[in-house]
Design a protein around this ligand. Structure first.
Ligand code: ZN
Length: 849
């Protein structure tokens, strides 16, 4: 039976499960259409839980047999699970069920990908494997036996026995069912090893399909670096004899931190210089780290219930961004994180899908794996660390691991370790977990008798279900510069707790220039009417790299806004100030590449909307093109020479030094292409010996409209490589002129390699269409219609990926009446599909509300 009935679950309804489990025994007899799953579980009454009927989750299972203490019973089955009478004391439960992995296209539970068995159990996939209390607060040790002819059979923990047609695994660490994993298939391993801080040798493997062994070295290097970093920075040691990673082609998400057996979307682990870009390498390094760090923040200490998802995700995203900062450049990483936060989390927080970092209710938990839970959740941890300081943060984390190891915890537990370590009352800070929406921070200033005063006001606009907001605790990092550009007050964290609050700096000889919200010290919208000359001053002189970038980004947004709303010419004073930074060879090339990137059209739409102006996607595209053209013309004298300094004369290395140069070179090539019609891009394409240069050049050629031959040759060269072909699909839809984007996306859906059931391929085309802002928002509504057609089709096979893709409509209310009506029509059309999944029902209902 399939459960599609929407039912709202509330945090306030939490009750502990009535039993505890000492050990879970599982046997799998693998078969694509009829896998048998046998379970044996010892249940003991939970003295801390209220009386309740015995209920086990189970969905889409074919029951074969059930027994209690060896006696066969007939439970009462429903679409959600089973109930039955049980003895008062401890008892042994046994069940046998049948499932069909080959027919599982939702990619939750046990499914097949290219002939390989694999699992995805977070959040609620285990109930599609067998009957079980599938909730994170029920933790048990697992012993697993896998029977089948597949040469490789893996599960969590350590291997205990294997032989002809079977393998057995035991995981000594109690875990919730969402961390269970099983993989079986014809796989080969790329081996490695790591000696932990206490001298224990750990066997490492990356398991891939035969032929992919050559793409594992970077993943292994990243894993070893992550293990060493977590020991050094957090004192966390790995706790099993073996750590396995498996690459899977069909996967809804990036990767999954199952205990000792991480399962990865192949795009998040496989890399080689020829087939992967620098950005791919950096992403893989970060995701491997993220999943590995979960071993402590998520696995050893897990979540009590799914409302606490940010407990593991916010913290682990924060940890992986610390790791990337240490491996690469902290400034460049911070700017990238803020770009991402504003592009994904701010629209969520400002639209119909807005929800607190810790939501209070949901229908389908899969819909809450959001930028708010992950990225805003990480920002909240960053603020906490800023407020208490690095030493107190380290002490609090030590206490967290010591106090809660082996437990399923809440945000209250998390905050308590900070309160207990620092003596600080975090009652008000906790609002960050409960209050949705992006706070706005406005500031005015005065200078009198050597005293400089900053007056701040904070307010958060209403969000769904939360009309009124209370003031939040905001750490506002401020530095002051004197008129010569020297720093006179270094970065100071002001702690704002009131709706309005003033801060004074005394004993100054002249009116200073403030640098406010350095490092983006709180996830807010800063409303400050700063004169452009002051922004250019900060762009030139600020010692805080983030605020240097921010000053330029502000000027860029103002420039585009004036071009769109007043028909102004590009701001040449800004361009000249920017030129000095771009050409300053003492600065990190990666930073300079970030400075060269213009605000995106989606970001501009958000900005205009915030100013009360209805964004016109066509006008935004035209302004953006005109500005790029003006940059290319104005800088035509030196673009080629500066690009020449970005050449790398050494074997390919994905590290920060080389990738920064390639990023700057790529940004310059894009401008040069406007001057030479694509000659330099074609030359780079022809000579490229790595994917970063090849794909960068191809993108320029597509933008220049000179792409047909290059796209064909690229497809011919890479037609056997799924991950590279994903790039081919995505690039042409994202980079093409908007008036051709819908037609191109539609044409690609007829391509023989458009395997729409594969989430990576589906996202390659439709994620790229959504990124082509003016193309997706084509006035005739054809972009919305095409996407809706495919979402309706995909929902029958894969509700989770469909629901996530629905979020591209989250800004629909921002646009003009015509576009709004068309998007509403498409959302209503999706909502009306008979048999619509629970995932998508919840998403479209919220979007339309
Ligand atoms: Zn995670």
């Amino acid at each position: 039976m399939k459960d599609t009935s929407p039912q709202t679950i509330y945090l306030s309804d939490y009750t502990a499960f009535g039993w505890t489990i000492a050990e879970m025994h599982l046997t799998f007899r693998l078969s694509p259409s009829a896998t048998r799953v046998l379970s044996r579980i010892r249940f003991e009454p939970n003295p801390d839980a209220p009386q309740q009927p015995f209920f086990l989750h189970g969905e889409e299972l074919k029951p074969i047999r059930a027994a209690i203490d060896g006696t066969e019973i007939t439970p009462e089955y429903s679409a959600q699970g089973l109930t039955c009478a049980v003895p008062d004391g401890a008892f042994t439960w046994e069940a046998e069920v049948e499932i069909a992995p080959a027919e599982n296209t939702a990619l939750e539970g046990l499914y097949m990908s290219n002939g390989m068995y694999c699992t995805q159990c977070e959040a609620e996939g285990f109930r599609k494997i067998t009957f079980y209390p599938d909730r994170p607060d029920v933790m048990a040790t697992f012993t697993v036996r896998i029977e089948g002819n597949e040469p490789v059979k893996l599960s969590n923990g350590n291997p205990t026995a294997s032989g002809d047609g079977f393998a057995e695994w035991h995981d000594p660490w109690p875990k919730p069912a969402y961390l269970f994993a099983l993989v079986a298939g014809d796989l080969v391993n790329y081996p490695g090893s790591f000696t932990t801080m206490s001298g224990k040798e750990v066997e490492l493997n990356i398991w891939v399909r035969p032929g992919d062994e050559g793409k594992c070295a970077w993943g292994m290097e990243s894993l070893i670096a992550s293990m060493a970093w977590d020991e050094k920075v957090y004192g966390r040691e790995y706790d099993l004899d073996i750590f396995n990673i498996v690459a899977v082609d069909d996967f809804n998400m990036g990767a999954m931190e199952n205990k000792g057996l991480n399962v990865f979307n192949s795009s998040a682990v496989l890399a080689s210089p020829e087939t992967s870009t620098d950005a791919n390498f950096e992403r893989i390094e970060a995701i491997i780290a993220h999943e590995y760090f979960h071993n402590w923040t998520g696995n050893r200490i897990t979540c009590r219930d799914w409302f606490q998802l940010c407990l593991k995700e916010g913290l682990t995203v924060f940890r992986d961004s610390q790791f990337t900062s240490d491996m690469r450049s902290p400034e460049v990483k911070r700017i990238g994180d803020v770009i991402d936060l504003r592009a994904r989390q701010f629209p969520e927080d400002q639209g119909p899908l807005s929800h607190p970092v810790r939501p209070e209710s949901f229908q389908e938990i899969n819909n809450f794996y959001t930028a708010t839970v992950y990225e805003k959740g990480a920002e909240v941890i960053g603020m906490l660390k800023r407020l208490v300081g690095d030493d107190a943060y380290a002490k609090a984390l030590d206490l967290y691991f010591e106090r809660h190891d082996g437990q399923a915890c809440t945000i209250e537990d998390w905050l308590a370790v900070f309160q207990d370590t620092t003596g600080r009352d975090l009652t008000q800070f906790k609002r960050w977990y409960a209050q949705s929406g992006t706070p706005h921070l406005s500031v005015s200033e005065s200078f009198e008798n050597g005293t400089y005063t900053l007056d701040f006001t904070q307010s958060t606009p209403p969000t769904p279900g939360q009309p009124d907001k209370l003031p939040q605790v905001l750490p506002i990092a401020v530095g002051l510069l004197n008129p010569n550009g020297d720093e006179i007050v270094p970065t100071t964290v002001l702690e704002m707790t009131e709706a309005t609050q003033s801060f004074r700096f005394e004993g100054l000889s002249a009116r200073p220039v403030p640098s406010i919200l350095r490092g983006f010290s709180a996830p807010v919208v800063l409303d400050r009417d700063t004169p452009p000359e002051e922004k250019r001053f900060l762009l030139a002189h600020d010692t805080d790299a983030f605020n240097r970038w921010e000053a330029s980004r502000d000027l860029g947004r103002a420039c585009l806004s004036a071009m769109v709303t007043q028909g102004s010419a590009p701001d040449t004073a800004w361009l000249d100030a920017l030129e000095r930074v771009i050409r300053d060879e003492a600065l990190d090339p990666a930073f300079r590449a970030q400075m060269l990137a213009l605000p995106t059209q989606a970001e501009m739409a958000q900005q205009l909307h915030a100013q009360g102006i209805t964004p016109d996607p066509d006008a935004l595209y035209a302004a953006s093109e005109a500005l790029r053209e003006a940059m290319a013309q104005r800088w035509s004298g030196w673009l080629a020479d500066l690009r020449a300094t970005c050449a790398v004369d050494a074997p390919y290395d994905p590290g920060a030094a080389q990738s920064g140069k390639r990023a700057l070179g790529g940004a310059l090539l894009s401008l040069l292409t406007r001057l030479d019609g694509g000659a330099a891009a074609q030359a780079q394409y022809d000579a490229a010996d790595n994917m970063t240069l090849q794909l960068g050049a191809l993108g320029c050629l597509v933008q220049a409209g000179a792409d047909t031959a290059a796209l064909a040759s690229f497809a011919k060269q890479w037609q056997g490589d799924r991950l590279v072909m994903d790039k081919w699909f995505a690039l042409q839809v994202a980079a093409i002129a908007p008036d051709s984007a819908v037609a191109r996306a539609e044409a690609l859906t007829s391509h023989p390699d458009f395997d729409w059931k594969n989430p990576n391929r589906f996202r390659a085309v439709f994620g790229a269409l959504a990124m082509n802002h003016a193309g997706f928002h084509t006035k005739d509504g054809s972009g919305y219609g095409l996407l809706a057609d495919w979402l309706i089709k995909l929902d029958e096979k894969n509700p989770q990926t469909t629901a996530r893709m629905c979020s591209v409509f989250q800004t629909w209310k921002r646009y003009d009446a015509g576009r709004r009506a068309q998007m509403q029509t498409q959302l209503e059309r999706i909502a009306a599909r008979p048999g619509l999944s629970r995932d998508v029902t919840e998403m479209v209902t919220r979007l339309l509300s």
